[in-house]
Design a protein around this ligand. Structure first.
Ligand SMILES: [Zn+2]
Length: 392
């Protein structure tokens, strides 16, 4: 469904009409409601937003399109004992359930669009057993969703880059179209910290790619790994294209130590991506932001072998971040929303018509109350929310 005009959209504390250039998928005009401006024949439909609030769509900086069990039979989880045991359990779980990776990816993407997410970074498993099978499906599905969802792909050696002998298949994955080189616990899983990190950066140099490392290793082991990651990022000239996901260790060292490391992360251009865990310490995101470190937020686990929890809703995740950090004043609530927004909080003429409408008083209220998404637009097309269901 394509609209040319949306009347009575709340922006700040006033109502505006948004006139969309449906052909180009941009917002061509934002005019005060009731002013009679732009009242010409519209090529597509006009809708009354009835005072619903304008919000930008959302970005999920860390997800796994190939791991969840959405739409599949319930899977009883087992207690987490060792990482190696959990990795085996995950392989068995994904193989035993019926959906193809392509079908899994579509289910997750449809859910994300419905919740207002239009930009994601997904890690996709590669290893010598599954080869590129997950990646090939995700690459295919990325094409299907082009124009609605921007998808960045990290080739992810979940079983351990060196431990599982995944270097050759990682090279194939980069050749096949993955955008970034992934990695996981160079010490805790690969047990060769230096060699594992170096291998990641060698791959990233060979394919002129960014890097995004899963790092669960705790305390000073994790902090030391991050320190080496920052040094290698600087040496490789990968500033602005390097991220450490999870980085739990940052939340387990002293604040003074984290502050010092934060300066190095800023200088090297390393982003920290958190899924805002509530069951363990996490990086002190406010401290990192104050130091000028880029902080990304993702949903990570959604009903997968690792966790039965999660719903893929980035507005809820940003709300959890604000609540966990004790952010209650307006500036902080807006900051939390800004961390997950794909665009400014107010419409910009000439910008892509990619936004959503919710029932809230203002952006702060939306962040705090996590309302349903009434309508989600990507490049001028209705792609999610209640209106999309109504349109059928
Ligand atoms: Zn992950």
């Amino acid at each position: 469904m394509i609209f040319s005009r949306l009347n009575r959209v709340r922006v700040g504390d006033r109502l505006f009409d948004l006139i969309l250039d449906a052909g180009g998928g941009t917002v061509s005009l934002v005019v005060p409601s009731g002013g009679g401006q732009g009242e010409t024949e519209m090529p597509f439909g006009t809708a009354d937003a009835g005072g619903l609030l304008y919000l930008p769509t959302l970005a999920d900086r860390h997800t796994h399109l190939d791991k969840h069990l959405l739409g599949e039979p319930w899977k009883p989880r087992r207690p987490f004992v060792t990482l190696a045991g959990q990795l085996a359990f995950e392989k068995e779980t994904l193989a035993a359930h019926g959906a193809s990776v392509a079908e899994r990816a579509r289910r997750m993407l449809d859910r994300m669009l419905d919740k207002g997410t239009t930009r994601i970074r997904t890690h996709v498993d590669v290893d010598p057993q599954i080869g590129l099978s997950h990646l090939e499906d995700v690459l295919k599905v990325r094409e299907e969703y082009r124009g609605r969802m921007e998808i960045e792909i990290v080739a992810f050696p979940q079983q351990g880059l060196l431990r599982s002998g995944s270097l050759p298949v990682m090279k194939e994955a980069m050749r096949a179209g993955a955008d970034l080189v992934g990695g996981v616990d160079p010490a805790g899983l690969d047990r060769q910290l230096e060699r594992s990190l170096e291998a990641m950066f060698e791959l990233s140099a060979e394919f002129d790619a960014g890097v995004d490392l899963h790092l669960h290793d705790p305390g000073h082991l994790g902090a030391y790994t991050i320190e080496r990651f920052a040094e290698l990022t600087g040496e490789a000239g990968k500033g602005g294209r390097a991220a450490v996901s999870h980085a739990y260790g940052l939340g387990q060292i002293s604040e003074a130590e984290e502050g010092e490391l934060a300066d190095r992360l800023r200088e090297a251009g390393v982003e920290i991506v958190t899924s805002v865990p509530i069951d363990r310490p996490m990086p002190r995101a406010d401290r990192l932001l104050a130091s000028g470190v880029r902080v990304g937020v993702g949903t990570d686990n959604v009903n997968d072998a690792w966790s039965p929890f999660g719903d893929g809703d980035m507005l809820a995740r940003a709300s959890r971040l604000a609540e966990k950090l004790g952010w209650i004043v307006d500036d902080d609530l807006r900051k939390a929303l800004g961390l997950v927004a794909t665009a400014p909080l107010e419409p910009v003429e000439g910008a892509p018509a990619t936004f959503m409408l919710v029932d809230a008083l203002n952006p702060m209220h939306a962040l705090a109350s996590v309302p349903a998404r009434e309508a989600v637009f990507a490049n001028g097309r209705l792609v999610g929310g209640r209106w999309a269901k109504r349109e059928g």
